[in-house]
Ligand binder design. Structure first.
Ligand code: ADP
Length: 422
């Protein structure tokens, strides 16, 4: 294991994994903190996916430290703390407190912080984070229900979350390249600063920052900043080029799509799927019971399981979702459908499904938990940020593609399975 990463949420972890695979590292994502006896997977990079972004601070810190200790014991040479490219956090945390704890545990005294991901229109200029070309606090993120970002100045934002001091490596220095960036960061560390926010508005900047941080024990940021890391290991002769890093062993079996996301992209993808694939719609208003909902869907799949994927969807447009939520309450409606989807996933696997696409972050989490999946070996990308993975755990190995709601092109569902046939 070369790189050991800790990600503060599940789909963010997958995003980071995809970036590392693109850079040539064989990568495995683990679901939650592994047990002390769990053997590290055979991979260049291991990403432990936590659900710590909005957890209570103490819990986020404890889980992150547990992940760090496990990755360290597994031999990781460098550590990465992955958070959102919109720096999702509050004045209480969790980015500052988690990073503080990791720095202390590693005894490294300093870490850079850079959430920039220019391909996704997240850039940092003079310490200010821009999302979609506007300041973070005008991007809509100021209204986020859990982590409203009302200040775009990351030096200030991070300073409020730590008792350490925060400096800035500005655009002008970053433009000069890796040597200048390294010198600036070393200077800050020597002055006793604990963090440096580092500007980046292009992939070239990310590559230079990655190179400058070659010998840092800990790097913190979005998945963009990981872009420059594989090259360091390659230059040091540590990264063995052993064929395609996204190659997965073939898994044969029936195919299915479970869709619990109500996002616009997913609704469009379902619309497209209806032209080609059999689709069953869950109707929680008619059947307000998870077991009965699952039973209805499973009965429909009789005689249909095979190479052509069956599609089971709870996904609905906003007015239908509103009606369901009005009847059951928002959280209860979500929980009811997630439970039905988890039951369906488990029963489909019992009936021989081995290739499964799940649409929706929470829906994916529910399915993965019910299936006892512990690790996902990252395979080829279907669309940016959504790879096929080999899911392993307490059940049989599965091919799974876990799609965050808004990801993927309109033909995602058909394209995903066509890729496995190619
Ligand atoms: P996304 O990645 O798009 O946010 P998630 O799976 O994370 O998707 O969240 C979607 C939530 O909406 C889940 O909790 C799911 O159970 C719920 N849901 C799905 N279909 C419906 C529906 N028809 N009515 C109400 N809630 C729904």
């Amino acid at each position: 294991m070369l790189l050991g990463a800790i990600a503060d949420d599940f789909t963010g972890a997958t995003d980071l994994c995809s970036m590392l695979v693109r850079g040539g590292m064989r990568t495995v994502q683990l679901v939650g903190v592994p047990g002390p006896g769990d053997v590290p997977p055979d991979a260049d990079a291991v990403v432990v996916a936590l659900k710590s972004r909005t957890a209570p601070v103490r819990e986020a810190v404890d889980r992150s430290l547990a992940a760090l200790h496990w990755l360290r014991a597994g031999g990781a040479k460098q550590f990465f703390f992955k958070y959102c490219s919109t720096f999702d956090s509050t004045d209480q945390g969790n980015i500052g407190p988690v990073a503080d704890a990791l720095i202390e545990a590693l005894g490294c005294g300093f870490a850079l912080a850079c959430p920039a991901f220019p391909t996704n229109a997240r850039t940092v200029y003079l310490g200010h984070l821009f999302a979609g070309g506007v300041l973070l606090n005008e991007s809509g993120m100021e209204n986020h229900p859990l982590t409203p970002m009302k200040d775009a100045n990351l030096v200030r934002v991070l300073s409020r979350q730590t008792d350490g001091t925060v400096g800035l490596v500005p655009f002008g220095t970053v433009e000069q390249g890796a040597v200048a960036i390294r010198r600036a960061m070393t200077g800050m560390k020597e002055q006793g600063r604990r963090y440096a926010i580092v500007d980046a508005v292009s992939d070239a900047h990310l590559a230079a920052i990655g190179e400058a941080a070659e010998h840092h024990a800990l790097i913190t940021g979005g998945s963009g900043i990981a872009m420059g890391l594989p090259a360091n290991f390659r230059r040091a002769g540590l990264l063995k080029e052993a064929g395609d890093p996204s190659a997965l062993p073939p898994v044969a079996g029936h195919t299915a799509v479970l869709s619990g996301s109500c996002s616009r992209a997913t609704l469009m993808q379902l619309g497209r799927a209806r032209e080609y694939l059999p689709v069953f719609e869950l109707d929680p208003l008619a059947t307000p019971d998870a077991v009965a909902l699952a039973a209805g869907a499973l009965a429909w799949t009789e005689g249909k399981l095979g190479a052509t994927p069956v599609v089971i969807a709870a996904s609905a447009p906003p007015e239908k979702v509103a009606a369901v939520q009005a009847r059951f309450g928002r959280d209860e409606a979500g929980a009811l459908i997630e439970e039905a989807m988890a039951l369906i996933a488990a029963e489909l696997v019992a009936r021989g499904v081995r290739r499964m696409v799940v649409a929706g972050g929470e829906t994916s989490g529910a399915a993965v938990a019910r299936l006892g999946v512990r690790s996902l070996r990252i395979g080829p990308e279907i669309d940016p940020g959504v790879p096929w993975t080999l899911a392993e755990g307490s059940g049989p190995p599965l091919m799974m593609a876990l799609k965050s709601g808004n990801f993927g092109a309109p033909d995602f569902f058909t394209k995903a399975f066509a890729m496995l046939e190619a």
